[in-house]
Design a protein around this ligand. Structure first.
Ligand SMILES: [Zn+2]
Ligand SMILES: [Zn+2]
Length: 338
């Protein structure tokens, strides 16, 4: 089979690999849509790898043993390889599982663990079915495009009463705008990349503010009757944006972090939390039981196609990475068969 690889600094291409074979209750999925995520950072940094991606939708083509899925099922591929048995997995919050499979030890090969490939392997319980009227491309938005922000907005109980601050309008931030608008909330976005600013406006953001402004907190308070946002969501993974979320959210409001960040966010118990009554959450992927709700967003949001900026043949992986690195995209989806 063909799969995408980073070959060097700002160099990517296709490589050949052994087609993976399913074992036990794992299924072989023929990938039809592989959304790109943060892999472009490795492309820019020149970190060679032939195992790329964690988002996909496709068609089930083989199972090792009969089970809950069938050949020809159209499925979304959920991320990671959780154990399936611990309390977190059983509750649907498998993304936080502390006992993931050792992929190579279990399957006998690393092949099948990447999504930017023609085939992959996945435990069958992590392959929810796609409704007949939803394309593979749209269904694949049920991974990082809509997943983390759905989880965060749901956990914060965001509704039409609320003004939501979204920092960062990359693919995950734009997904947050789609999810927030679906809930009827008013959305204030903070973003500087011109392409993303324009796309956030097209999606109906009430305001798009420039992170380089020195008076962002007063600007956000001016938009919210002097109070601050009801809820804030950082998708940028930038410490200054995380701090802005804490400072620009109203008393008793809620803040969620979904953008990953290795740098320290300094917090102060009293002024940040005790005096404000703020709630701070870390949110990752959504609970598996919420899959039908995510599908409802995909089926009914009038903004959904604005969340896909490019569908490209995987053979154009070099161009796809360059587009992502230039921050001129919403979600970029690869077709591994072209
Ligand atoms: Zn588990
Ligand atoms: Zn992702």
């Amino acid at each position: 089979m063909k799969k995408a690889a980073i070959l060097g600094e700002r160099r990517a291409g296709l490589v050949d690999a052994q087609e993976p074979r399913p074992v036990e209750d794992w299924a072989l999925v023929k990938v039809h849509a592989a959304p790109m995520c943060a892999e472009y950072k490795q492309f820019v940094a020149g970190q060679p790898t032939a195992f790329l991606g964690h988002e996909a939708a496709g068609e089930l083509v083989a199972v090792a043993q009969p089970g809950r899925v069938q050949v020809s099922d159209r499925v979304v591929v959920m991320p990671s390889y959780p154990c399936g048995w611990c309390a977190l997995c059983v509750s649907g919050d498998y993304i936080h599982c502390e006992h993931p499979y050792d992929f190579v030890a279990f399957t006998g090969s690393p092949e099948g663990s990447a999504t930017m490939a023609q085939y992959l392997l996945k435990p069958s319980w992590l392959l929810p079915r796609i409704p007949d009227d939803v394309s593979y491309e749209r269904a694949s938005l049920a991974c990082c495009a809509l997943g983390p922000s759905f989880n965060a907005l749901d956990a914060m109980g965001v509704s039409a009463h609320d003004t939501v601050l979204v920092t960062g309008a990359g693919p995950v931030g734009l997904g947050a705008v789609v999810n927030a608008r679906f809930r009827g909330a008013r959305v204030v976005v903070v973003e500087s990349a011109p392409w993303r600013v324009e796309r956030a406006r097209q999606m109906g953001a009430a305001a798009v503010l420039d992170p380089r402004d020195s008076d962002l907190v007063p600007q956000i308070k001016a938009l919210t009757g002097g109070l601050g946002a009801d809820a804030a969501l950082d998708t940028s993974g930038v410490v200054a944006a995380q701090r802005l979320c804490l400072n620009a959210t109203r008393r008793k409001g809620q803040v969620a972090l979904v953008g990953e960040c290795g740098n320290p966010l300094e917090i102060r118990a009293s002024p940040d939390f005790i005096r404000t009554g703020l709630t701070l959450r870390g949110c990752w992927h959504y609970n598996l039981a919420d899959f039908p709700k995510i599908m409802a967003v995909i089926q009914r949001s009038p903004l959904i196609d604005l969340l896909i900026s490019h569908v490209l043949p995987m053979s154009r992986i070099q161009e796809a990475f360059e587009l992502c690195a230039a921050q001129q995209t919403a979600k970029v989806i690869l077709n591994p068969w072209e």
